[in-house]
Structure formats: C-alpha cells, structure tokens
Design a protein around this ligand. Structure first.
Ligand code: 26Q
Length: 814
C-alpha cells in the first residue's frame, strides 16, 4: 500500500513532476500552458498516482462489492482528491510559487452530469465512503456521451442545452480496450439436444455491441485505498460499415449501424414518468448490466476458477433502484448457459449475491416494460424471467399457508409478469436477498404499502438504510471557512470519523465560537452572492437571511408552496408598510425534466416572482428572490455553505429520503420542513428546539386523501384575503410581466384539486416560517442551534450508511 505522504516528497518534487508532465504530454513548458491545460496535466498526474495504487489496494480474498447504478453524479474531482491525498496545501503553495492559482485551475474542471439528482449523487457519495472505509467497492455505470442537459434561463423559462462534457476530454478516465466485452441484442434462441436427451439453449444472431469500459480512479481519504468506477460505452462490435452505400453517396445509410449502436450510450434519461418505455433506455440497462457482470465473472474465474458455489461469499452485486434489475436474471443466464451451473443452484447463488435499494414511494413511478418489447430484445433472458415468475406463482400457495389472504390479490401484487408487463421492482425483490428503503419512514411505507405482500411473506428481506452524504465534500470542501473553525476547535479527526463532530457540543456555549460562525457564514454568502450576480444578474443583500430550496423540480417537492409563502409576504408588505418580516433572500435552484410541463412552469413562476419582487422598491428591502441556473454538484457547494434556512417541504409520505436536507444541516442551516423522508431522522437527532417542523403528517395525509374530503375550492373560499388572493394572482397579470400568466399552475390547484395539498399546508407553513425567522434576531441563539445541527450531523455521513450496508447487506467482516 502506497503511503499518501509519499505521493510527492515535497514541494520541489511536486513541481518537478508537474513541469515534466507538461513537457511530455503537451510539449510545452508549464508557463506556456493555459489554465485549462494546467488543470488537465495536473488531473492526469493525480489520476496516475491513483491508478498506480489500484493493483495493490485489495487482496483477492477481500469480498468485492459492485455497485450497479445508471447514474453517478461524481462532481469535480481535483480539489477532492488533493484533499484526500492530504496534499492540497502543498500543491496550492507550489502553484503559487510557479505563478499560478490552484483555485482558478480547479474551476477549469467540468462537472460531469452523469445523473439526475439524489439517486446519482448518492451513488457517488457511496463510492467515496467505500474507499474511505477501506473496502473493495467498485462502481459500474454508463459513460454517457452527453450528460443531463445544461439549464439556461431565458425570459424566465428553462432552456435546455446539450451538455458536451467531453469536449476537452476527461483527464480522469482510462479507456480499457483489453477489457471490452460483447453484448447481444435481438438474437434468437436455439434449442440443442444430445443423443441422451439432454437439452440446452443458445442465443444466436442479432446485433452484437462492443461494450468498452472507461475506468475512473476513486481515491479514498488519506489515499489509503483506491477503488474504481467503471463506465461503459457502446460501440459497434464488427465493422458493419456499408461501403456500397458510402460509394453511392448515402453516408447516413453507410453509418447507420454505427450510429444506432452508439445511441445506446449517447444520453442520460431524465427521471420523468414521460420517459418510461423507451427501447433505448432498456438497451442501456441491459448493456451495463451484462458488460459489468461479464467482467466480474471473468476476474472471479481468474482468481478462483469455476468455484461458482462461493460466488455470493466473495462478491456482492448491489442494484441502485430497478434500473439494473436485470442483474439477477443476467447472472442466472450466464451461470446456467455459459458456466454450466444447475438451474436451482444457480438461482441460490444469484439470490445470495444480489441486493436491491428502492428509492421511490409512488407506486405509479415503478418501472415496467412491455413483455413484447422485452422478449424480442432479449429473448433468452426473458425465458429465465418467465421461469422464475412461474416458480414464484407455484410457490405462492405454499407460502400463503393459513393466513387467509386472497391468493389472487397477492399474485396480482407480487408476480413479475402481469398485464403484459415485466415489473422491474417485483423482479428485483424476487432475485435479491435484501431490499432496503432509504429512510426510516420510507422503509416503513415500503413494508406497509408499496410492497406489503412481499413484506408479509418474507419480512426478513426488508431493512432500512438511511441515506448519508460525504461530509468531506459537502462540509470540508464546500465550506472551507466553517471547516477551519471546526478543526481549530476539535482537531481534524472529524474528517475521517464524522461522529467526532459531537465534540462541538460544548462550543454551543462559547460566545467567541458562535460569533466567529457569523464571519464564516458572511464570507460564504459573499461568495454565493458573487456567483449569483455573475450567473443570473440578481444582486442579493448578504445581510439578509439566506433561505434555500435546491433540488429537482417536482410537484411533490412543492416548490409551489414556497412561492405561495413569498407571494403572501409580498402582499402583506404592500398592504401594511409596518409589516416587517425578517429580511430574507429566497434562493432556488434545480432542473425540471425536459418534458415535465408543470415543473417547468414552476421554474418560470419563480423567475417571474423574482422579477416582480426584486424590482419593487416597496418590498425589495425586505425580501428578495433568486434563481440560480444549472444546479450541479459544483455550484451546490457554494449554495449549501451559505444557507441559513433549509427548505424541505415535500408533502409528508412522498420524498423517499432527500439528501440536500443532510448537506444543508451539516453546514449549519436550520431545517424548515415537514415530517417526510429523512427529515424525521434529522428532527429526532437535533431535537425540536433546533428544527422547525410543520404541516400534515403522513397518516393525516393518507386519511385526508382516503376520505375524499379535500377540496381546493373550499380552501380558496375559506381564505379569500390571503390564500385565495394568491391563487388569483397566478392568472390576473400580477406575475405576467416577464412571460405571461400561469393558467396551468392555477388549474393544477383548482381543476386537478391540488394533488400535493399545497393549500392544505399553506397556513401552517407561513406561520412556521415566521416563527423560525423571528429567531434570527438573536444571532447567538441562532448560531447555537446551527452549531447543534452540525454537531449532530455525524449520523448523516455516508461513511455510516456504508458501514451499515457492509454489516447487514454485503456481510463484510470488519
Ligand atoms: C426510470 C425509468 C426510465 C427513465 C428514468 C428513470 C429514472 C431515473 C432516475 C427514475 C428515477 C430516477 C431518480 C430518482 C431519484 O433521484 N430518487 C431520489 O433518490 C434519493 C436518494 O435515495 C432520495 O433521497 C430522494 O428522496 C429520491 O427522490
């Protein structure tokens, strides 16, 4: 194992290696390199240090975990890896001597958008924590040619632009041609039989795709362990180039096979129900599953020979949501068809190897594929699914026993194949030895509602693993000013063990510490305000409370409820010049899926509101509104560290966990939230005096919805002065200046009867906000609560989450 302090012996050694790399890679002296080139050479130099450690990081006897995810939202890596190697100061110093600036060079790095939001960022946090915890944990995903779109705002509207993240190359990746594998689509199944009557199947014909891996090193904290993230790219397996067509001048036809195949790894799909059922998405899912499993088995066989019975003891395959659900059947297919393992034994091995995390509450969001599409794309795989489904159905009557439940109900809820569809969640559950939710409340809903029949039949399958985030990125790196205060107070042990943040508790009565928090926070607010001014033109007053809601735009997350509160404040300020709410800047950021019309209208609504509020001198001394375009890992780090208030206001029972709630509380923001997702755990940990909880509870929401007695019009009529007025303002021209009224938002509330009960929680929400912000006047009391949030944040480090996965799901000996 390499010693991280020996990555570079000293500043001089670093400088010599860096200058030599500029020469050998670019044929230039360091001084001739642009900032971008300085970044690229430095990143490759650090990547090469990581790659050198890869082969010695783990012995073959360590259990290997492969984390399969269609999304890894890794963020910029250079700053992070310099911190992890413990050489950030050394490098910054050396670069200063060399006439350059490390911060500026770090800003040259792209932020790869290889994920939608929470689920993709969670996967990246898990990679970081697996490396930190020292385990052999590898990511397996897709190398999309274009990441999630870049968001611009024009006339208040979201405009999507292609994310050409590879334009300048990606210095962290290494293409591994020698590890490429072949994946077959649209083949046909052939039955073979020998003279003794034994029979077997092969799959033949169809389209062969070459899956090529690109490896990115994952450098753990203190550089003790280096793991890797393997991302797959699709290329044509044979040169099916149509020379005749080319010579006829039909270039499109000549290149058709190539472009059809390359399409598989061209784009990342948005997490939007409208995108379900696209054939290309199914191809992506199978490509990275099959390619990943083929290489896993290849290296297993190299190490242990065909000892398949022990696969599940040496290897775990973890599936991040249902997107890699084909891992189960594909592993079964390879074991049976290619390795000659008996079917029953192979299923046992698969079951012991595969585990599954669900990330959603809403049953309508569960992934399904039409059987016909599935069977023609993957005919042999489908046969295995059909057989497992048949066995499940057969086994049901026995499993149900005496408990009297209706066999047909249970079958309808648990079968894999139903109503012409392959149901990926049921598939995942039946092939896995562990099914977990991502917060206590969510895991409870899974057992009680979403998967209740499975939970009754096999309760031991289900468990909870409350999400976490890497505090080294989202506190240490995002918030250098506050991190320094923390380290000066309690030492730097918290970086490797987040529970040490508890040592901050005594400082809650240290007025010097509490006052210095203001200085740090102010610095962060200035940094964010400068960024917002540069990217959106909005000028914020950094003396105001910074009230932040940053996340994907979705109706259930209720950004609309925030808008209602801000409009209410504005109306009251206009009505009564003596009304003096705590001066607050409301900061929003997030993307809406391209085809999600309602969510895009809410973005336009926020920008219109910003236009109205910020330009009205009667209100803009008291409130301001900003929308930060193109929310991404990199600008998120500026936002989290500058927040006073964290808005976590989803309708109770709809957000599986949330993770921005953790990132924000860790940085000392006070949560204003409903009892939803992991807000429940935050609330329990910090205590009622350090968080503001409001609104209906999950059971109340369920009861209200079941009773069918919620009427948006009743809410409207009951409070024409405030609530009704806001509803009217959506369409009466108040907000129309920038780009028109908001009829569809109005109809969402009044015609579709306000499906996420925005009007139901409105009064409780405004009242809670006023009570919370009143407290800002006593800054020391506020900072005490903020510090308590940071002190209790250790639980929300993904190091803890991963330790739980290791112990309970992957069974890794400590
Ligand atoms: C599925 C099929 C076809 C196309 C796209 C999709 C798709 C893609 C992405 C479906 C869902 C997603 C992403 C879901 C997601 O980010 N969920 C969030 O996961 C977080 C981590 O567990 C939780 O904190 C959030 O509560 C949850 O919403």
């Amino acid at each position: 194992m390499a010693n991280y302090q020996e990555i570079f012996k000293d500043k001089k050694d670093f400088e010599a290696q860096y200058r030599a790399a500029c020469q050998s890679e670019l044929g230039k002296t360091f001084d001739q390199c642009s900032e971008l080139e300085q970044f690229q050479v430095l990143a490759r130099l650090i990547a090469s240090k990581g790659n050198a450690q890869l082969p010695v990081s783990h012995s073959k006897d360590e259990k290997k975990v492969y984390y399969f995810s269609l999304e890894f939202l890794i963020g910029p890596l250079l700053d992070n890896y310099l911190i992890n190697y413990g050489i950030r100061d050394l490098v910054a110093d050396a670069m200063k001597d060399m006439g350059s600036d490390l911060d500026a060079v770090c800003r040259q790095e792209v932020d790869p958008g290889l994920g939608n939001g929470g689920l993709g960022r969670l996967a990246a946090c898990f990679l970081a924590s697996m490396a930190h915890n020292g385990m052999a944990g590898y990511g397996n995903g897709m190398r999309y040619r274009y990441g999630l779109f870049h968001q611009d705002i024009e006339g208040g509207r979201q405009v999507e632009r292609t994310d050409n993240w590879l334009a300048n190359g990606f210095p962290w990746e290494t293409r591994k041609d020698a590890s490429a594998v072949t994946v077959r689509f649209n083949g046909h199944v052939v039955r073979h039989e020998d003279e003794k009557g034994n029979f077997w199947f092969t799959e033949e014909g169809g389209d062969l795709v070459r899956a090529v891996p690109y490896d990115v090193p994952v450098i753990g904290f203190e550089g003790k362990v280096v793991n890797k993230l393997r991302l797959w790219s699709a290329e044509p397996a044979e040169e099916n180039f149509d020379l005749d067509a080319f010579n006829d001048g039909d270039y499109a036809k000549a290149n058709k096979f190539r472009s059809d195949v390359e399409a598989i790894s061209t784009i990342l799909y948005p997490n939007d129900a409208g995108e379900h059922g696209r054939l290309l998405r199914l191809k992506q899912e199978y490509l990275f599953v099959s390619a990943g499993l083929q290489t896993i088995l290849r290296s297993y066989e190299k190490d242990f020979g065909p000892d398949w019975a022990n696969l599940g003891k040496r290897v775990s395959v973890h599936t991040n949501d249902t997107h890699p659900a084909m891992c189960g059947p594909e592993l079964l297919r390879i074991l049976v068809d290619e390795k000659g393992v008996d079917f029953d034994e192979a299923f046992e091995i698969v079951h012991e190897t595969v585990s599954f995390t669900n990330h959603t509450v809403m049953p309508e969001a569960l992934e399904k594929w039409p059987i016909n599409t599935f069977r023609s794309l993957l005919p042999r795989l489908y046969m295995f699914i059909e057989e497992i489904d048949r066995r499940w159905r057969d086994g049901l009557s026995e499993k149900l026993g005496e408990d009297g439940s209706s066999w047909t109900d249970v079958l309808r809820n648990t079968a894999i194949l139903w109503d012409g569809k392959v149901r990926m969640a049921n598939l995942s559950i039946i092939f896995s030895h562990s099914v977990n939710g991502v917060s206590a409340l969510h895991s409870d809903i899974l057992k009680r509602e979403t998967f209740k029949d499975f939970a009754r039949l096999e309760p031991e399958l289900f468990n909870n693993k409350t999400n976490g985030v890497t505090h080294r990125r989202f506190l240490r790196e995002a918030n250098p000013a506050y991190s320094k205060l923390i380290t000066d107070a309690i030492g730097d042990g918290w970086l490797s063990d987040a529970n040490e943040l508890e040592k901050l508790v005594p400082f809650e009565s240290d007025v010097d510490f509490l006052d210095s928090m203001d200085v740090a926070r102010k610095e962060n607010k200035e940094r964010l305000a400068a960024y917002i001014k540069e990217t959106s033109g909005t000028v914020l007053d950094t003396n105001m409370v910074f009230d932040v809601q940053v996340k994907r735009f979705h109706a259930y997350k209720r950004q609309l409820l925030s808008v209602f509160k801000i409009l209410d404040l504005r109306n009251r300020i206009l009505d009564d010049p003596n009304f003096d709410p705590q001066p607050t800047a409301f900061i929003f950021s997030g993307k809406a899926a391209q085809s999600y019309a309602f969510a895009k209208e809410v973005i336009r609504l926020i920008n219109s509101l910003a236009d109205v509020v910020n330009n009205d001198p009667r209100v803009n001394q008291k409130i301001q509104v900003a929308f930060v375009p193109n929310f991404a890992v990199s600008n998120a780090q500026y936002i989290y560290s500058a927040a006073d208030i964290s808005e976590q206001i989803s309708l109770a029972g709809t957000e599986a966990s949330g993770t921005s709630n953790m990132k924000l509380m860790m940085n000392g923001a006070l949560t204003l939230g409903t009892l939803d997702g992991s807000n429940v755990e935050i609330s329990e940990l910090v205590g009622p005096e350090n968080i503001k909880i409001f609104g209906m509870k999950t059971e109340e929401v369920e009861a209200l919805q079941a009773s069918g007695t919620y009427y948006a019009w009743d809410r409207y009529n009951a409070d024409r002065d405030r609530l009704g007025r806001i509803v009217d303002q959506l369409v009466d021209g108040t907000l129309a200046g920038l780009s028109g009224n908001f009829e569809s938002v109005h109809d969402h509330l009044m015609v579709e009867n306000d499906p996420y009960l925005v009007m139901g929680d409105f009064h409780a929400y405004v009242q809670a906000w006023e009570e919370l912000t009143k407290g800002y006047a006593d800054r020391r009391a506020w900072n005490k609560a903020a510090l308590h949030n940071t002190a209790k944040a250790g639980f929300f480090s993904s190091d803890r989450t991963i330790a739980e996965y290791e112990a309970d799901i992957w069974h890794i000996d400590a």
